[in-house]
Design a protein around this ligand. Structure first.
Ligand SMILES: [Ca+2]
Length: 202
């Protein structure tokens, strides 16, 4: 069952405080957070804490994985704090074990391959993530592979593959529309690498 972790609730609190002031006396752990656009007339965005893997405006305190570029929210005036495609926060957070079955604030998988890796994004929303209901799995020992599955018209599928199931890192192969009652997809990869496939539906 997917769930929201306390750290995500903490992040929502940070968002609500964004327009008043920074995190002046924060003693808790700050990780995978965006702290941006506070209006305090003085003092830094964060005091008395050691953030990591976070996006903090004007931050000069160092730390692991912290960045200072504009997070590029979709529309702050409208309260839409999802990330644009050009956001530097995509895939720049730190994965934690509890994220395996967790969701972001939109209810989508917390960890998603946004650009380069299956790494959580900094912030409360995972770019590109959507509920993936698996409708099929397959395995090929190498070379080209043909996948065929039942497919009601109008559905959209995403085919993903990986070489190592234990690594839990899936690569997007292609997003395709239903071709009718049956849909077929061919992997033209001619390498001899063993691959696993899963077919998800949006
Ligand atoms: Ca990501």
């Amino acid at each position: 069952m997917q769930r929201e972790h306390p750290q995500q609730r903490d992040h929502r609190k940070l968002c609500r405080r964004r327009r008043r002031r920074g995190l002046r006396y924060c003693e808790g752990a700050i990780q995978n957070c965006i702290i941006w656009g506070n209006s305090a007339p003085r003092d830094p965005q964060v005091m008395a804490s050691a953030p990591s893997y976070s996006c903090i405006q004007g931050w000069t305190g160092g730390g692991t994985g912290n960045i200072t570029q504009d997070p590029r929210f979709v529309n702050t005036k409208a309260g839409d704090y999802r990330l644009q495609a050009a956001s530097p926060c995509i895939d720049k957070g730190r994965n934690e074990d509890w994220m395996a079955d967790a969701v972001d604030l939109n209810g989508n998988p917390r960890v998603w391959r946004g650009k380069s890796s299956w790494t959580v994004d900094i912030g409360a929303y995972e770019y590109g993530s959507f509920p993936l209901k698996c409708v099929g799995v397959a395995e090929a020992l190498g070379g080209a592979a043909d996948l065929t599955w039942n497919s009601p018209p109008g559905d959209t599928y995403i085919v993903q593959s990986c070489a190592d199931l234990s690594a839990s890192e899936w690569n997007d192969e292609e997003t395709i529309e239903s071709q009718g009652e049956l849909t077929t997809w061919t992997d033209s990869d001619s390498t001899s690498t063993r691959k696993f496939y899963r077919i998800g539906i949006r």
